[in-house]
Design a protein around this ligand. Structure first.
Ligand code: SAM
Length: 273
């Protein structure tokens, strides 16, 4: 069993609900970027679509609405998401959910038209193996679409207080749990190495020129459900709980300033089999 960096298995009910709300909020705030990524695929009536690592299922629902004649299957390793999604989205007739692992997909080779995935690949220890498995299940000319982060494109200006310490603690912690903050650029090479054709990139960043500042403020607020004293970044000893609290307070203040520029870098990478 490969262990990836995203694991809600040990979350209690309250934490699980808070994490679900954080994910949902980030879908709501980036609905333009998500819609742009669907259009960028230029697909007409794909018959079968997979949403890999579907989590709370908002992306699966958006896919099912955008492609109303397609069948969409949301797949996630975490059973709690799957059970909840089956209940939440039971009215959407072209949408179902399955609990499974992205390294071993329960589908025949050459059977899927589109494999879409948002914020899964940054967590995978062996993304190349997941891409090979996706390549197997895709039909010839079928498409992969991966929506993920690349920290290098993040811009926050002016710098909030303790930025350097925050960035060091974040990088240290993410490296420890093997959450890849730079997966965005690597996906291009990974798709080329896996023999995908027509590899293309779209910028789907959330930024203060194209998104309401109040929405970005809500997004930042949704990250802060963890207690500062036991926050994993504080555990790295690269930042204190007081500094972390001050960093977030200042980040919110900077974000509310009309002359600041905030960009959370996100890319969408696609390719065809
Ligand atoms: C950060 S969440 C993203 C959820 C959703 N795609 C979104 O954009 O809101 C990552 C999801 O990937 C799932 N996941 C992690 N490793 C997985 C694996 N190996 N196979 C399938 N799902 C996995 C997690 O359970 C989680 O729901």
């Amino acid at each position: 069993m490969v262990h990836d960096s995203y694991d809600t298995t040990y979350f209690d009910k309250k934490l699980f609900i808070q994490e679900s709300e954080r994910l949902s909020e980030s879908v709501r705030i980036n609905k333009v970027g998500i819609l742009n990524s669907f259009n960028f695929l230029r697909m007409e009536n794909p018959s079968l679509i997979l949403d890999l690592g579907c989590g709370t299922g908002e992306i699966s629902l958006a896919l099912a609405r955008f492609f109303p004649n397609s069948r969409v299957i949301g797949l996630d390793r975490e059973n709690r998401f799957i059970t909840e999604n089956m209940r939440k989205y039971s009215d959407q007739k072209n949408l179902t959910f399955v609990q499974s692992d992205c390294y071993s997909l329960p589908f025949e080779s050459n059977s899927i038209d589109l494999c879409y995935s948002r914020f899964l690949f940054q967590h995978l220890r062996t993304p190349d193996l997941a891409i090979a498995e996706i390549f197997r299940v895709l039909k010839p000319k079928g498409k992969i679409g991966i929506f993920d982060i690349d920290k290098k494109i993040d811009i926050i200006y002016p710098f909030p207080v303790h930025s350097k310490k925050f960035n060091t603690a974040e990088a240290f912690y993410k490296k420890l749990i093997r959450n890849d903050l730079y997966i965005g650029r690597k996906l291009i090479s990974l798709l080329l190495q896996s023999h995908f054709n027509n590899v293309a990139k779209l910028d789907v960043s959330i930024d203060s020129l194209n998104t309401n500042r109040t929405d970005i403020v809500r997004l930042i607020e949704s990250w802060n459900y963890l207690d500062f004293n036991s926050h994993p970044y504080v555990m790295t000893k690269r930042i204190t709980s007081v500094e972390l609290k001050e960093y977030f307070e200042d980040l919110l203040k900077v974000t509310k300033q009309t002359d600041s520029y905030i960009c959370f870098g996100l890319v969408f990478i696609t390719g065809s089999k």
